[in-house]
Design a protein around this ligand. Structure first.
Ligand code: HEM
Length: 433
């Protein structure tokens, strides 16, 4: 047995399984794979990717996400290996910790205290018109032609432009910042990783430059707020500011794009449910929660065990990694009736698609606002869209984020409305190319 392996197979109720969520096979049948595991091996060990536990039932996933003082999302430098280890990725990525996601304790508290006021429901509400204005501009670009790609022309650029607005960057920078992040999410474990890794470094550098500029000359924007903020009785360091900004683009972009694309794909194949939401817009917020539950925009994330412990008959050793499969927990029949059916009127809905415990999503109000803006615009202007199912392409890998690369559609052409938020044209896809 090599390092990282653990013999749990003999006479143990927690068996060793062969599990790899980054494969195309898993992407093609993740709901079934998670259902099988939840039914047969809800607490399993895999020797893949350095070895880790996999939790798939709701109760376990929530308990581990809540931390119990034992499971941490923190990433730390290990002097023995000379690498950054732990964090939310399995295997760990040897790069600085995302802030606040890969921090813990007092530091995490201080970062959240700094960021929370900027992510409140009120802060999100203040940006609603902006999001709708971006949606209007984007739909104007293709509405007269009767066809578009819902991902390329809408669900990718809108969260991208919105995130630039949120941070205080030029709207036209969305492409150079957002595009590598999308590809990074679904090309994990492929030959392209090194190339995309270099592109992400470039994103980090650009954010670093913008933060440095705002440290010298503060503006009225979020990057200035972060660059000149205070945590733990001192100023935010350059590295901290950079890792917060990077976290915001990582946290907000692909999750929102992926979720909205999944919703459009589903509603394209279920026109009667789409019609129901168009006729009853007051029910859209309930449907959005169900989309988050059902599609698992964030599928699973990692934690590290900080001390030997036992949780309800499950024993963990210090240093072991644990993957918490939010997407599997959200289909647990112990909590959700008929969990594999998407019910747009499901209520109450105790999903943990935005996480559970201290790391619960900072940007959930923004995520909800963005999907709503896109649904509203599409319902108003291309309510009859039909998907070209032969050409629609899901993410080939859903290890962390679930989504679609492409959803080509046709619809009854309509008029341009004008009056939306201007977006530099050269950063948008050439329509019809
Ligand atoms: C539909 C969209 C979204 C989904 C499904 C989603 C999901 C999640 C989940 C599951 C977590 C928990 C991570 C963990 O357990 O370790 C999380 C954390 C986080 N999300 Fe989101 N997210 C979304 C949108 C956003 C947006 C728009 C932003 C920012 C603009 C954002 C920023 C963050 C941050 C900063 C954290 C870390 C919080 C902490 O560690 O305290 N997210 N998100």
């Amino acid at each position: 047995m090599s390092e990282g392996e653990r013999d749990v197979s003999s006479g143990d109720s927690h068996p060793t399984i062969d599990f790899d969520p980054s494969t195309p096979e898993h992407a093609a049948r993740w709901p079934e794979a998670f259902r099988d595991l939840r039914e047969k091996h809800p607490r399993a060990w895999t020797n893949n990717q350095g070895g880790y536990w996999l939790a798939t039932c709701y109760k376990d996933v929530l308990s581990i996400a809540q931390g119990q003082g034992v499971f941490t999302a923190a990433k730390m430098f290990n002097p023995e290996t000379g690498r950054m280890e732990g964090g939310i990725n399995i295997p760990s990525i040897d790069s600085p910790a995302f802030i606040p996601n890969e921090t813990d304790g007092e530091a995490w508290k201080a970062y959240r205290q700094l960021l929370n006021p900027r992510f409140s429901p009120k802060a999100a509400e203040a940006k609603r018109q902006f999001a709708r204005g971006v949606a209007r501009t984007l739909v104007d670009r293709f509405i007269e032609s009767g066809r578009c790609d819902l991902v390329e022309d809408l669900t990718s650029p809108l969260p991208g432009v919105f995130t630039m607005e949120l941070l205080g960057l030029d709207h036209g920078m969305w492409l150079e910042i957002a595009d590598p992040i999308h590809r990074y999410s679904y090309t994990l474990q492929t030959d392209d990783v090194a190339k995309i890794g270099a592109e992400i470094e470039e994103v980090r550098r650009k954010l670093g430059d913008a933060l440095a500029e705002r440290r010298r000359k503060p503006r009225e924007d979020l990057l200035s707020y972060i660059a000149n903020g205070e945590v733990m009785g001192r100023g935010v360091t350059e590295l901290e500011a950079n890792q917060m900004a990077l976290m915001l683009v990582f946290g907000g972009l692909d999750t929102t794009t992926g979720l909205t694309a999944c919703a459009f794909h589903y509603l394209g194949l279920h026109p009667e449910q789409r019609r129901h939401l168009i006729d009853h817009p007051d029910q859209i917020p309930v449907a959005i929660e169900e989309f988050v539950r059902f599609f698992g925009p964030i599928q699973a994330l990692g934690r590290t065990v900080t001390q030997d412990t036992e949780m309800d008959g499950w024993s963990f050793k210090k240093g072991e990694r644990v993957m918490i499969a939010y997407a599997a927990a959200n289909r647990d029949p112990a909590v959700f009736d008929d969990p594999d059916t998407l019910r747009i009127d499901r209520f109450p809905n105790r999903h943990i698609g935005f996480g559970g415990g201290m790391h619960r999503c900072l940007g959930s109000f923004f995520g909800r606002l963005l999907i709503r803006a896109m649904l509203d615009e599409v319902f108003a202007r291309l309510p009859d869209y039909r998907i070209d199912t032969d050409r629609a392409a899901p993410y080939p890998s859903v290890g962390i984020v679930n989504g679609w690369i492409s959803i080509p559609v046709t619809f009854e052409p309509g008029p341009k409305l004008g009056g939306g938020v201007p977006i530099p044209e050269h950063t948008l896809p050439v329509h019809g190319a």
